[in-house]
Design a protein. Structure first.
Lengths: 485, 489
């Protein structure tokens, strides 16, 4: 097996730029490993013919000035890709082939990247373990019986297993950061509105954000630079000029104030997580940052708030999957209503149905004020907590997850314990802030754990810098042994 | 028609009832593209030929507000003397139907773009103000076609996503006549503004009609029923009459009115229950997270205000004061922008009052007969003005004018040319006329004697002879004067 696929994205870009490897060779190396890695179940669809053809075209006329020159990339199967199946991990869209390209993937292709395949994910991005996918569970390359996290579990697994040099996911409540933490990779959820949502299968519109998942912080800055940008097709997109995150990346964080929120020390949190957090603090302190204790008093309401807002929006966003226009349609039923009932009963999995039910309930007349409206008010308070503290600190450091990767099947019958996995990540989505998860260490099982850096609105550069400095001084090493080959 | 007192009451067996009506008018915004997508909005296009990925709700598609539709709603609000809300919100109204691709309609629920306003109606018993509760923007749904195939339903999404303004009145209407006047007035205002073409055949204007009844003198409203989606004024009136009678009969029998949604069956001329209050949809309204709250700068409102044309109420007043028209005439002539423009053009070049009379008489009759809009009139305003001037100056008589008018309709020619070429000019030369009259009197000496001995009825006979002799061209006034003079002598 080639060592090249193990390399970081930035190293691969260097190889291409120095003409030490051709795009087609590179594509073939990944294709070869993907073909041998079916046990991980990280790909739903492979686009190998397309990748080879595009890489040949690139090699004939290479544009080496682009950000991702001739780099093959697989993406989460929530991004609509023109001419390639986009399933959202659901039976409902099992055979759906969009005739349009999501803005974010389009941005990647414009920067020279080449679509390699579509990566498994929880159904409609609803899950924290990638076990709700209609296409089956994804395995974490860390250990064969563990989940890669979710919902961008296929992305995290493929990345950690060197089946793509970098990837993109979506993060509604932690769906990039939690799997990044579980697989020892870097994952960034940008400020809400930095990346266009156009062409991404919607889960919860006010929370969904696409973001990069990479093997290093530098890679993360390159990917973010490529995918971000104002899009007039998305009314919630932020109008601002593009930034050169990779060029401006620096390790000097002297004098930066890093907040440590006391509310993130939760009951029953494994000691290892606490130790990891302390390790993070001392590394940043050694680099010259000021560590400041802060309080985000409404943190404890974030999870219940999230599990009202997200299902509410989802219940409405998923109404379009009704069997009328595209996607799955049940052959049973004597009238329109029966067709709807059968289509949606057969086409959606249990977790999706659970959230549609919750969402429908909290929006119902008589319950709206008590649930949805109240949740929106609490959401404002959570945002206010952050706003107030960002007067005092430049970034906030927390653990990414309350545990390391768990076993496949361990939490499937206990949705609450599954939801608790998002406890450190959801406040950030509710507040619309950027946050990055960086690998910080291994637990005693040898499973990776991540730390999360939360930044101010549109302050991606700053948290990338802190993460970059941290990464350089943390000496984290992922121990993936290619056991599945 | 011209009643000077309001008298629409329904007599029950025991009591006399008053009918309370409120309308929710759905007016299609005149715009080139849909409310949240770039698709075209032309009427009558091939099914599903004006449908974008957004209109058909493909995964990952997002709505982007069409600014032109916002401007149109603001203009309409200003035309209704209404408050424009600087902050409004688009909400999702969730329900499942085959012609609703998103599974929700984007509408405005708690915070509409336009707040309270008013519309003035001219009723035979005086003017009446109808309150406007609100105006909000929303998407139209597609169309389900059930009769193309015995076993399936076809869906046409051309309408899906087209911008509608829902204009909600206060329950201020009291009769089918008032409803007629209200709809027409709304339509006139929107046509003046160019915000809705008001074409009911094409579905650009539809209404949900809320009807309740109460005993005359009662202060409280009765329970109302909503009649959904009625698409002509006539049907609205029929539905109201039926529904009011139905409710009165129930009340007279001591029964209660159930709040419900009803449908008007245009074939049977009756309303029937569609769903009861218990079965009412729970639409689960919530703010659409794909759209930011709509902020409207005061400057935009002020700028749009400056672009508003003169509206019918103001124009009517001006017509009365500038052109000396009475209220009725002014009302008719401002009822459509094109009519008022035509009239003004004519009035500038000719006698204002006579022009009004002729327009409302012969011109409208002819247009009506031919089913033409005034903008397609075979007689141009300029030619029409010349015709009026020819009458006014005595060049031709009213009777000849009618002939000239007919010829103008046929040929589109200038009236002067017709009068010249056909020699239709009125004989107004007193000497010439005296000559003719003298000849006639000489020829009919016996009748002259009878006239002089008291049979004055014969005067008409002499006039007739003069007309016959002159080929109808003798100036009637002059003929009368000369005849009287000569018969006296």
């Amino acid at each position: 097996m080639s060592e090249i696929v193990k390399k970081n994205l930035s190293e691969i870009i260097d190889l291409i730029k120095k003409k030490e490897i051709k795009s087609e060779e590179l594509a073939n190396l990944y294709i070869d490993k993907v073909n041998k890695s079916k046990k991980l179940n990280s790909y739903i669809t492979t686009c190998f013919e397309h990748a080879i053809q595009k890489s040949k075209e690139f090699d004939k006329k290479p544009n080496l000035n682009s950000l991702l020159p001739g780099v093959p990339l697989a993406v989460k199967d929530l991004f609509c890709t023109n001419g390639f199946k986009t399933t959202a991990g659901s039976k409902m869209l099992e055979n759906f082939i969009p005739q349009y390209e999501s803005t974010v993937t389009e941005n990647l292709w414009k920067e020279g990247a080449i679509l390699l395949g579509k990566l498994n994910c929880d159904e409609y991005a609803m899950g924290s373990s990638n076990e709700t996918s209609y296409f089956g569970s994804v395995v974490n390359p860390i250990a064969k019986d563990t989940v890669p996290g979710g919902s961008s579990g296929g992305s995290a697994s493929a990345l950690a297993a060197d089946l793509t040099p970098a990837t993109i996911g979506t993060d509604t409540g932690g769906s990039i950061r939690q799997p990044a933490s579980f697989t020892g990779t870097v994952g960034l959820k940008p400020t809400y509105g930095l990346c266009s949502r156009w062409g991404i299968v919607a889960f919860a519109s006010s929370l969904d954000q696409a973001g990069p998942m990479t093997k290093s912080v530098k890679d993360c800055s390159i990917m973010l630079e490529a995918m971000a940008g104002f899009d007039k097709k998305d009314s919630t997109s932020i109008e601002k000029k593009k930034e050169n995150y990779s060029k401006n990346l620096k390790t000097d964080i002297k004098g930066l104030k890093i907040g440590i929120p006391k509310e993130y020390r939760v009951d029953n949190m494994p000691k290892e997580i606490d130790e990891l957090w302390n390790k993070g603090k001392s590394i940043l302190k050694d680099l010259g940052a000021d560590i400041i204790d802060i309080s985000l008093p409404h943190t404890k309401y974030a999870l219940p708030t999230y599990y009202i807002v997200a299902p509410a929006e989802a219940s409405s966003n998923l109404a379009r999957y009704d069997g009328v226009k595209y996607g799955y349609r049940s052959s049973k039923g004597n009238d329109l209503i029966e067709m709807y009932e059968n289509t949606r009963s057969e086409g959606f999995g249990d977790e999706v149905k659970r959230r549609i039910l919750i969402g429908t309930y909290v929006l119902s007349s008589g319950y709206y004020d008590a649930y949805y409206l109240k949740a929106q008010k609490v959401r404002q308070l959570i945002k206010k907590d952050f706003d107030e503290n960002f007067g005092k600190v430049d970034a906030i450091l927390t653990p990414s997850t309350p545990s390391s990767a768990f076993k496949i099947g361990e939490k499937t019958n206990d949705p609450i314990s599954m939801y608790l996995n998002d406890i450190f990540t959801v406040p950030v989505n509710l507040a619309g802030l950027p946050a990055i998860s960086v690998p910080a260490g291994l637990d005693k099982k040898g499973y990776p754990l991540g730390l999360q850096l939360i930044g101010k609105t549109l302050d991606e550069q700053n948290i990338l810098n802190v993460a970059y400095a941290f990464e350089k001084n943390c000496n984290f090493k992922n121990e993936i042994k290619n056991w599945w080959l | 028609m011209s009643k000077d007192k309001f008298d629409y009451f329904i007599k029950g067996e025991k009591n006399n009832y008053e009918v309370i009506i409120g309308l929710e008018v759905h007016a299609q915004v005149s715009s080139n593209s849909k409310l949240f997508s770039g698709s075209a909005t032309k009427f009558g296009a091939e099914p599903n030929s004006q449908v974008s990925l957004i209109d058909s709700a493909f995964p990952g598609m997002l709505p982007v507000i069409n600014k032109e539709c916002i401007n149109q709603a603001i203009r309409t609000g200003l035309g209704l003397n209404a408050k424009i809300n600087n902050n409004s919100v688009f909400d999702r109204k969730n329900y499942f139907y085959a012609d609703l691709p998103q599974g929700y309609q984007i509408s405005q629920y708690k915070n509409p773009i336009v707040g309270e306003g008013k519309v003035l109606l001219d009723m035979p018993y005086g003017s009446k103000e109808i309150g406007i509760e609100r105006l909000h923007l929303e998407q139209d749904a597609g169309k389900s076609i059930h009769d193309m195939d015995p076993s399936s339903t076809y869906v046409d999404l051309n309408r899906s996503g087209i911008a509608l303004m829902e204009i909600v009145s206060k329950p201020d209407l009291r009769s089918p006549e008032e409803v007629n006047a209200y709809i027409k007035k709304l339509r006139t205002i929107m046509r003046y503004l160019g915000t809705c073409d008001g074409n009911m055949q094409e579905g650009s204007l539809r209404a949900d009609v809320n009807v309740s009844v109460r005993q005359v003198g009662d202060k409280n409203f009765g329970t109302r029923c909503e009649i959904k989606n009625v698409n002509s004024i006539k049907f609205m009136q029929m539905a109201i009459e039926y529904e009011a009678k139905r409710q009165v009969e129930l009340l007279d029998e001591g029964k209660k009115i159930e709040q419900e949604t009803r449908l008007f069956d245009t074939k049977k001329n009756e309303t029937r229950s569609m769903r009861s209050k218990e079965d009412a949809h729970d639409y689960r309204y919530f703010p659409d997270p794909d759209l930011l709250p709509l902020k409207i700068e005061q400057k935009l409102i002020d700028d749009l205000k400056k672009t508003l044309p003169e509206l019918p109420d103001n124009k009517k007043e001006r017509f009365m004061s500038d052109y000396g028209l009475n209220s009725y005439e002014a009302n008719v002539l401002v009822s459509e922008k094109e009519i008022s423009n035509y009239y003004e053009e004519v009035a500038k070049l000719s006698d204002k009052k006579l022009a009004a009379t002729w327009m409302m008489g012969d011109l409208f009759a002819m247009l009506n007969d031919k089913g033409l809009n005034i903008s397609k009139s075979p007689i141009s305003a300029k030619n029409f003005a010349e015709l009026i001037q020819s009458i006014k100056s005595g060049e031709i008589s009213g009777r000849i004018a009618k002939e000239v008018f007919e010829l103008m309709v046929e040929s589109g020619d200038n009236p002067k040319k017709i009068i010249e070429s056909k020699g239709m000019k009125q004989q107004s030369d007193p000497k010439e006329l005296e000559k003719i009259i003298n000849e006639i009197l000489t020829k009919n000496k016996d009748k002259v004697d009878q006239y002089k001995s008291g049979k004055e009825k014969l005067f008409g006979f002499f006039v007739g002879q003069v007309m016959k002799q002159s080929g109808g061209k003798a100036n009637p006034q002059l003929t009368n004067d000369i005849l009287k003079k000569l018969l006296k002598g």
